[in-house]
Ligand binder design. Structure first.
Ligand SMILES: [Zn+2]
Length: 346
């Protein structure tokens, strides 16, 4: 019995560096089970998963109770990749399972949020990008460029490699400090709402672990207001780490990002043609937001916010794409989605 329509597959963090040798065309997704255990009615499968050049040993969990679905030792199917849903045969007998080719995703993988660093110089980034089968978009904070190599040096460097060129301004009002001619040469501008302005011209750095929030509702209203302002007023193409919450609020994500607050972000993004970054490192946004935004016609990009070897590790993004059925038309592409109004920056 096929359970393809009733299950979704989540690929979690690689566990043990298992690598499969797959005689398959690039970019098909393949699953082969090596071990299955049952936790209550939920099967836990440890499987080799390969997508394009990515191949890892992962735990695969099925999101629904499978008891009524005729799941047997013989096999079952997982729904993957939304519209290109693929049915992958999984042998539960442990070891020796043959990889079964599955559906082909109809979009290329891009990590639009990679920072160069001493640990990740451009040559290493490009090698990693090739190895992972993920194109990289490089971003830098404009204030660093102004202080260091200069804006033109950045373009000259990145032009020599097969990467997208982006910047990540940190503060509102960045346009006044960055030359328009430089911005026009970029593929995109990515900005997040993780430095939240508060009274007295001060800022909260939302990623800091020690951050405490007393009045959660007031905080969320302020965060939603600020995020909407970033989307509407900062001439950006991608909202980085969309719906990011400080560590102390993460457990209440679904309650705090109310439908009303999510709707405000989505309306603003549609108005300005801004994509929401699905961030692999922070694991935001969650599926509820992604589904709602997709339904409304919003677009998404994938990103890691990396400065090292995690660049291109898009497990969370791919998992969300599978779970929420994202396909090519839902994804940001610089050539298509770049805001034309960016060249109007004064
Ligand atoms: Zn960043």
């Amino acid at each position: 019995m096929s359970v393809a329509s009733k299950l979704s597959m989540i690929v979690e963090t690689p566990a043990d560096g298992f690598k499969m040798d797959l005689p398959l065309p690039a970019r098909s997704l393949t699953v082969s089970a090596t071990r299955t255990t049952m936790t209550g009615n939920t099967p836990m499968v440890f499987a080799g998963v390969s997508w394009g050049e990515i191949s890892v040993m992962n735990r695969v969990s099925l999101q629904k109770d499978c008891a009524g679905y005729g799941l047997s030792r013989r096999g079952f199917c997982g729904r993957v990749l939304g519209a290109t849903a693929a049915c992958a045969g999984l042998s539960a007998s442990g070891g020796g399972a043959e990889p079964v080719p599955a559906g082909k995703p109809d979009f290329p993988l891009v990590d639009y949020h990679v920072h160069l660093s001493p640990q990740l110089p451009i040559e290493k980034a490009v090698a990693l990008s090739k190895e992972r089968g993920v194109k990289f978009g490089i971003v830098e904070h404009p204030n660093r460029l102004a202080a260091k190599d200069g804006f033109s040096g950045y373009i000259d460097l990145l032009d020599r490699y097969p990467v997208y060129k982006g910047i990540q301004p940190e503060r509102p009002g960045w346009k006044k400090r960055v030359p328009t001619a430089f911005v026009d040469q970029l593929d995109y501008v990515l900005m997040d709402a993780m430095i939240l302005p508060i009274e007295g011209r001060r800022f909260l750095h939302l990623w800091l672990r020690g951050l405490k929030v007393d009045n959660k509702e007031a905080f969320m209203d302020r965060l939603a207001d600020f995020t909407v302002a970033v989307i509407l007023e900062e001439s950006i193409d991608i909202l980085g780490s969309a719906t990011f919450l400080p560590h102390c609020l993460v457990a209440e994500y679904d309650a705090l990002w109310t439908t009303d607050r999510m709707q405000r972000l989505i309306d603003a993004a549609l108005h300005r043609n801004v994509a929401f970054e699905i961030n692999a490192q922070y694991e935001v946004p969650k599926a509820g937001f992604i589904r709602m935004a997709k339904e409304a016609g919003a677009r998404f990009s994938f990103g890691t916010n990396s400065r090292d070897e995690i660049a291109g590790k898009l497990d969370y993004c791919i998992g969300m794409a599978m779970e929420c059925g994202l396909d090519k038309k839902d994804l940001f592409l610089p050539q298509v989605n770049r805001q034309t109004e960016i060249s109007l920056i004064k």
